[in-house]
Write a new protein. Sequence first.
Length: 184
Amino acid sequence: MTKSNHNRPQASERIEPPHRLSIGRIVGAHGLRGAIKMRVWTHFPERIPTLTHVYLDDDPTPRRLLRAQLQGDIALLQLEGIGTRNDAEALRGVIVRIDRSQAAPLAEDEYYHFEILGLHVVDEEGHSLGNVIEILETGANDVYVVQRPDGSELLLPAIRSVILEIDLERQRMVVRPPRYYDEE
């Protein structure tokens, strides 16, 4: 998930928690009766068939989820009010969201990206390193992109030996940067 610099928050900004979480994007229709194909973004796709309703983009009215089937990184969804292939095709590109209350509970020391973005980052001695402005998903582990006060970026792997503490109440992350950053 790489974003251009002009879309990044300023180092002093805190990203407000969303009321709804994005779980995927509609990529097309499936069949003739209004089923939609959604590219799955969530790390918890197994929960999709248990959802009762979803939201389309920023529409405040929920759509009842009548049926859901997973096929790899695609979910086939039948939503109330979508009855034809044309109805489904018209939704191509729409983001599918859920209420935060429907989100999967996380284990201890697990966080949603929106909780990490904007955190103030300090080293073990309390020196300010900047703010988390982006999270790169690499497969092995996430990498937090920290914008330093001078505008440069620091990349921190999201591993226990580097990320020592995340304190959401204080909006801060305590880190031990890898040695090669000390030499910059």
